[in-house]
Write a protein that binds this ligand. Structure first.
Ligand SMILES: C[S@@+](CC[C@H](N)C(=O)[O-])C[C@H]1O[C@@H](n2cnc3c(N)ncnc32)[C@H](O)[C@@H]1O
Length: 244
């Protein structure tokens, strides 16, 4: 209770409350500049990048067998590095980010012909429906003014039954501190779960970096989602009803 109150007091209330275009421009500037330069070093110091390898290694989120893989908000390639290591030799990996500068930084790390780099907003992914077997989205959703269009877009481009590894900043004291540093919002687990379910993404299981992270509720919300095979958008349901 006290934790939640403190988290509420210190959480960042910036970008995600701004009009849509303005927030995108601010995020781009933020990551194209100094924050983006130090992003990878911070992920190493905080152990976010190295510890994420356990998700792919231990089989929590296996990518073997997936031929089309999407990484949304690639940043400095913190998840991409694990995808590259574990994906099949003939897999295609698409790395996207709002900031072309961040994609350039990621591209410098990997000389891998399987990767395509595409500058794109999470809310307007330039891919056909049901293109990807699985997707990763690490610490991106918290930048959107509203998470729903982002989740809906991920749900659209992943095939039915496909899996998504989602990482989001949680509304804890550490999460709120991180939200100030990285200028993003935080989520309550229940709220995020509801948003996911609404767009046909099943909250399959929660993951933690380590047992200590689970015990002390550290490391944020990390969840494996699966796209429901028979999810109907509101519009579809309405048009089906009016056609009857
Ligand atoms: C905190 S970094 C996360 C990097 C990496 N995914 C990871 O797991 O550490 C956030 C990244 O998301 C990108 N980003 C923020 N909002 C975005 C949006 N709406 N669409 C695409 N990328 C976005 C930023 O440019 C930045 O590179």
């Amino acid at each position: 209770m006290i934790q939640k109150l403190i988290a509420e007091r210190i959480k960042y209330r910036g970008y995600h409350r701004e009009p849509y275009e303005q927030y995108q421009e601010n995020v781009r500037q933020h990551y194209s500049g100094i924050a983006g330069k130090f992003l990878r070093s911070c992920s190493i110091v905080s152990l976010h990048e190295p510890l994420a390898s356990s998700f792919f290694k231990r089989g929590a989120f296996p990518v073997q067998g997936s031929k089309n893989i999407l990484d949304v908000g690639t940043g400095a390639g913190q998840l991409l590095t694990h995808l590259v290591r574990h994906a099949d030799a003939d897999a295609r990996i698409v790395a996207t980010d709002l900031s072309t500068e961040m994609l350039k930084r990621a591209a410098e790390r990997f000389a891998d012909g399987r990767i395509d780099y595409v500058t794109a907003a999470l809310t307007e992914l330039p891919f056909e429906d049901n293109t990807f077997d699985c997707a990763t989205c690490g610490w991106v959703l918290e930048y959107l003014p509203d998470p729903e269009p982002g989740l809906r877009e991920i749900s659209r481009v992943v095939r039915p039954g496909g899996r998504i590894l989602l990482q989001c900043t949680e509304n804890t004291v550490f999460g709120a501190m991180s939200s100030r540093l990285w200028k993003c919002r935080t989520f309550q687990r229940a709220e995020l779960q509801e948003e996911c379910q609404r767009v046909g993404l099943n909250w399959q299981r929660e993951l933690w970096f380590t047992k200590a992270h689970r015990l002390f509720r550290l490391g944020g919300i990390i969840v494996e989602l699966t796209k429901t095979a028979n999810h109907h958008e509101h519009g579809d349901a309405e048009s089906a009803a009016s056609a009857e």
